[in-house]
Structure formats: C-alpha cells, structure tokens
Design a protein around this ligand. Structure first.
Ligand code: SAH
Length: 208
C-alpha cells in the first residue's frame, strides 16, 4: 500500500518540476514512514509537511526534493545540514554525498534521529547536538551547506566554511515571507538567487 503511494508521490514531484533523477531516486529509496510517528505513518507519502516532536516538522517532500536539487550534491561531497529534525532530509542527502554532518539544537530530536540512523544503518552520517549557526568548525571546509530552518540573517562567516564553487541553500525570512535562497561561491564572490516560497520553523539560537 505504501509502495503505491510512494510511486504516486514520485510522479507528483516530477509533475511539480523536479527533474534530477538522482534526487527522485534517493527520495524513492528513503522510507519516510520511519521518520514520523505511528499517528502519521499512513500520511508519510503525501506531499505535505508533518508534525514531529517538540513542535517541529518534517519538511514537505517537494521542498526536500527542491532543496536537494538546488544543492547539486555530488558523490564526493562533504555536506553540512543545520536542523536535523526528524533526520529525513539528512537521510536523503546521505545517499547522494560522501558524508553528511548534521546539527540539531533540540536534544530530544538529536537523539531520536540518531536512533533512526542507527536502525537504518546509515554509515556516512555524523550528528551533533548544538546551535548550528556557527557551523561545524572541526570539519571545515564543506562542499555544500543546507539550512532547514528559516533564518532572518545569514551570518557572513559561514561563507568562509565552503570551498570555491561551494553552495549554501537556506530558507530566508523576507518581509512576511520565506524564500529559498541559493548562494554560490564563484572566484571568492558570493552570488545569490531566489527560488520558491516556503514555510519552515524558525532558526533559533542556543540549545534546548
Ligand atoms: N531537516 C528536517 C527539518 C526539521 S525542522 C527534517 O527533514 O525533518 C527544522 C529543525 O531545525 C528543527 O528540528 C529545529 O529544532 C532545528 N533548528 C532550528 N534552529 C537551529 C539551529 N540554530 N541549530 C540547529 N538546529 C536548529
């Protein structure tokens, strides 16, 4: 039953303009139902965000696909994610990258996502419990950085954490909207471009 829904979801993502077949196949491979509670299991393949613990959300599959596509991840890449949440976006990235480092500021979510990573035997995910806004100093440089919480300002320091040709994708708060922004480092200059309107939980400081 879930399989039929999964195929339907992949078709829907294609129709919504997701064209990268590696991204679509990563989404097809990751069991989203394992990242949500039993209550929402039968909605796991609907193209909607769902609640997870601590009033946070697992992102909508379209948004995960879109951000992953914009991030343009290659097999040899080292990726940093800020906002592990359920762990779903991280799991999708782990199929496309060499290694994914992920940071979560809510201890309970850090622990529950780790349990899922262990259960599903992901060997190229490294996670930590921290405020992710300062990045992950010991692991600089990264090829790609993804924020999965809406940020009001981008700390310019983070651009020194990516290599030339590096990419950062982040939902940014602009007026009363949130917009996906892709930043690309080219010849040590940052070029930014705006994409879809999105709706994320806020990027907050400190840990809880
Ligand atoms: N990528 C997640 C999306 C979860 S929602 C998924 O696929 O499920 C965003 C998450 O970002 C929340 O869990 C929230 O606690 C976390 N977050 C918000 N601000 C953060 C920060 N400064 N550092 C680390 N995590 C943060």
């Amino acid at each position: 039953m879930l399989d039929v829904r999964k195929i339907r979801l992949i078709l829907e993502l294609r129709e919504s303009g997701i064209t990268n077949s590696k991204v679509l196949s990563a989404i097809e491979k990751i069991p989203r139902e394992k990242f949500v509670s039993d209550t929402f299991r039968n909605q796991a393949y609907e193209n909607i965000a769902l609640p997870i613990e601590n009033n946070q959300t697992i992102s909508q599959p379209y948004v995960v696909a879109r951000m992953t596509e914009l991030l343009d991840v290659k097999k040899n890449h080292k990726v940093l994610e800020i906002g592990t949440g359920s762990g779903y976006q991280c799991a999708v990235l782990s199929l496309l990258a060499r290694r994914v480092y992920t940071i979560e500021r809510i201890k309970n979510l850090h622990e529950s996502s780790n349990k899922i990573f262990e259960k599903l035997k992901f060997t190229n995910i490294v996670s930590k419990y921290d405020d992710g806004n300062n990045g992950w100093a010991e692991q600089i440089p990264f090829d790609r950085i993804i924020f999965t919480a809406a940020s009001k300002i981008m700390n310019n320091e983070i651009f020194s954490h990516i290599d030339n040709d590096g990419i950062i994708v982040c939902p940014m708060v602009k007026k009363n909207k949130q917009i996906l922004i892709k930043y690309k480092k080219k010849n040590n200059k940052i070029i930014s471009k705006e994409y879809d309107d999105v709706l994320f939980v806020p990027n907050l400081q400190g840990v809880v």
